[in-house]
Design a protein around this ligand. Sequence first.
Ligand code: 5AD
Ligand code: SF4
Length: 381
Amino acid sequence: MNKEVTSKKVFIRTLGCQMNKHDSEAVLGLLMNHGYELTKNRDEADVFLVNTCSVRKHAEDKVYSMLGELRKLKKKNKHDSVVGVIGCMAQKDKKEIFKRAPNVDFVCGTHNSHKIPEIIKSVIEQKAKIEFTDMDKQVFISPTLSSRENKSSAWISIMKGCDNFCSYCIVPYVRGREVSRPLENIIQEVEELAYAGYKEITLLGQNVNSYGKGLSKKIDFSDLLELVHKIKGIEQIQFVTSHPKDISLKLIDAVVNLEKVSRYLHFPLQSGSDKILRLMNRGYTLSHYIEIVNRLRERIPEIRLGTDIIVGFPGEEEEDFEQTYQAMKKIEFAQAYMFKYSPREGTAAFKLKDDVPQKIKKDRLDKIIKLQRFVSNKKRA
Ligand code: 5AD
Ligand code: SF4
């Protein structure tokens, strides 16, 4: 790697999911290889990066308010600092970001992170605003050992993008089509991590269960788990996120038989109403989901289950919400991430009328948060 001698300091703020946190580690690794140092102090940074999320509007609003704060900071003490917006919102809003936040120097989308050191150099040399948001090719870049935030537990990206097109979700549009990472690269990275002393790994992807699609070697996610399981030194293997429609009997067998695989499984239900699941384009019914839960619990009694839930999706009536509430009560998730529906332009659901009033969305969310608090405490007791 071409090392440049600079003493520039980079500050990075990350919003959103684990995938984003992992991408930030990778970008940081690249910058460190170009001589940058990480700083946790905004006041001393030469480069500010905001790694953004566009899953809900709230996350985007946060980015703009953060960029506003940086503008004040830049005026106060760092006139020549570089501000870059990267990740999902960069991909979605592209040049629009320059209009809403004129202090931004560059915008770099989800498929161009590997170019960030070059982009910063060009911004400084050419004193110009730069945008890279083409989506021609998914590139996997890994963090370096020193850019990984956690020194005992490591994230490893096994696939990027998503082909599911759940009707509410912006991810397939901003992260692109699903691409699996070649097996050899994954195995090599896990071996290196094991050698460096890592005991715990988490395999990351928007939809890990469909790993292998499009690869020249015929392999699926259960095969990958088996291979990773053989690597000496690794004691615990986790994976996120699983799609219920892709949880196969073979995968359940793998989880049963591979003792290093975590007994926590995150596979989002989203709604307990079949009508809403259909509108969401999720590809399963509540009874199919419960069948998987029962099968998992029969085979692995100690298994803990996690979910994501959206309330207030268009057309969600009281009885639909009640079905979600009852499903959560019946299934007893160990963990649940719960959200109010947020319309995202460009998605299929955006064409539906956002007809559940904010107040009702909030009441429904409060209700399931309260229920989940009770269930989580009960399960912990
Ligand atoms: N509104 C609210 N929640 C959403 N999610 C995805 N898109 C939206 C949206 N438009 C939630 C889903 C997903 C999680 C990562 O974010 O529950 O599983
Ligand atoms: Fe979004 Fe659905 Fe893909 Fe998850 S599976 S990233 S919710 S489209």
